[in-house]
Design a protein around this ligand. Structure first.
Ligand SMILES: *Cc1c(COP(=O)(O)O)cnc(C)c1O
Length: 447
């Protein structure tokens, strides 16, 4: 596999290099030059297989020549030791619950596989790295848990002080060992900008910094697998399917784009966002304006005013966007609109949807999942498209207890995996969004 940078100013690299380095030296994001095409036989043969087996069989093709099959199989089965339920909402609509991993959000899928792949390569090469990651809440905990206790990796998580829930914070601050957490007096976009600056800072090169947020291609590839799993469980090839994806930084949605590129018959991707509506506006007008600062919405893990992964999406559709959000070459907008439908969902609509789903189906969902459901129903109302659809529940309701309780009156029960962190002591450092201070911190902590 050869990967290129979306800024087109860096050399092509191998999968191992892209995985370990995270961001390209020209500040672009790595994308595979090509991906294997899944044949009809490939797709049909995945039917009725357990999740790790589906994941292994697809990855074996994607990562052919990059890792031996035996190690890959071990890694995949070790990473995916939890359920992936597909719940029927009505005749042609399903909810895929991606909330059964150890930190109860879909980020576990990517983080657990990526961590194990990194450990595999680092150990092989006797190298050590420090992962820097910016989080709007769930990435940080998923990444921290995924790498916790691994010998060759140290993790530093930056989170916006007032934008993560108490429970999300505890998932990051109670681990210790090789995990450090920094509370930033700023927004998610500030955290992300600090991390990006550190990666491209020559004076920090010797620290072997790497990323684990959705700018790492190792995060993206695992996020293509559950779309394939949902498809083979619900459809007969070549029947088409719709996915509705509650989106913030668009890593999850890019996973679906990769699955579609590999030949999965995806009729439409519904990219549902909260009031940070830069993407649906871009899709309709062809003009991109990031939202600075991003708006604080109920679905807080999606409060992103300039999603990093748009650079990748635009690259896949033949355009070019730099890391600042300048569109230097427009993608094929017609094709983009044909494949993707995008809608902004207000907080009020999110709440109404949470109550509706509880009243009509007895199913409790949290705000992010509600954005996905509302986006899908909007798409259906606008198009009368009855094609089978899967909407993603990206976190467990207990990750957002205050929001869920105030909207539905129900105090969601905590999964066992989350109970642990509640009572442990928290450890974190406090910093402002000043990059120079952050740099000093890294130099003193890591040198
Ligand atoms: C991160 C996150 C999202 C957004 O995913 P992106 O890949 O950033 O678009 C949605 N829901 C939850 C619960 C999340 O943690």
């Amino acid at each position: 596999m050869k990967l290129y940078s979306t800024n087109l100013q860096a050399a092509e690299v191998s999968f191992e290099t892209a995985l370990i380095e995270g961001q390209a030296p020209d500040k672009g994001l790595y994308l595979p030059r090509s991906l294997p095409l899944l044949s009809k036989e490939d797709i049909v043969s995945l039917k009725d297989k357990p999740y790790p087996e589906v994941a292994f069989r697809v990855l074996r093709k994607v990562l052919e020549g990059e890792i031996d099959e035996l190690s890959l199989k071990e890694i995949v089965y070790d990473a995916y030791n939890y359920d992936v339920p597909l719940e029927e909402l009505n005749e042609n609509t399903y909810i895929m619950r991606l909330d059964r991993g150890p930190t109860a959000s879909f980020k576990d899928f990517a983080a657990r596989l990526m961590a194990r792949l990194m450990q595999y390569y680092l150990k092989k090469d006797s190298k050590k790295i420090t992962i820097l990651t910016a989080t709007s809440g769930d990435t940080g905990s998923a990444v921290a848990h995924a790498f916790y206790g691994l010998d060759n990796v140290r993790v530093i998580v930056l989170f916006p002080r007032t934008e993560v829930s108490e429970r999300q914070r505890k998932q990051m601050t109670t681990l210790q060992k090789n995990i450090s957490a920094i509370s930033i007096d700023g927004k998610f976009d500030d955290c992300q900008a600090m991390v990006k600056s550190a990666f491209s800072d020559d004076q920090l090169r010797h620290l072997n910094l790497s990323s684990a947020n959705s700018i790492n291609i190792g995060r993206l590839i695992p996020q293509s697998l559950y779309y394939i799993y949902a498809y083979v469980n619900l459809c007969n090839y070549p029947e088409e399917i719709i996915f509705s994806i509650p989106s913030g930084n668009f890593g999850n949605m890019m996973g679906c784009v990769l699955a579609k590129t590999m030949g999965l018959p995806v009729k439409k991707i519904v990219a549902s966002v909260n009031e940070n509506d830069e993407f649906p506006s871009f899709l309709s007008t062809g003009e991109y304006h990031k939202i600075v600062p991003s708006l604080n919405c109920l679905s807080n893990a999606m409060n992103v005013g300039h999603p990093s992964n748009l650079a990748r999406l635009i690259a896949v559709y033949g355009g070019q966007m730099d890391e600042l959000g300048n569109v230097n070459k427009l993608p094929d907008m017609e094709q983009l609109r044909n494949d993707i439908y995008s809608i902004s969902v207000t907080d009020e609509e999110t709440k109404v949807t949470m109550r509706d789903i509880l009243d009509s189906y007895g199913i409790l969902i949290e705000p992010h999942g509600a954005v996905g459901i509302k986006g899908l129903s909007d798409y259906r109302n606008n198009t009368a498209d009855k094609t089978i659809a899967v909407t993603l529940e990206t976190a467990h309701p207990a990750k957002f207890p205050e929001e869920v309780k105030s909207v539905t009156g129900i105090d969601p029960e905590l999964p066992i995996s989350l109970k642990d962190a509640e009572s442990k002591e928290e450890h974190m450092d406090l910093l402002t969004k000043d990059y120079e201070k952050f740099k000093e911190y890294l130099l003193s902590k890591l040198s």
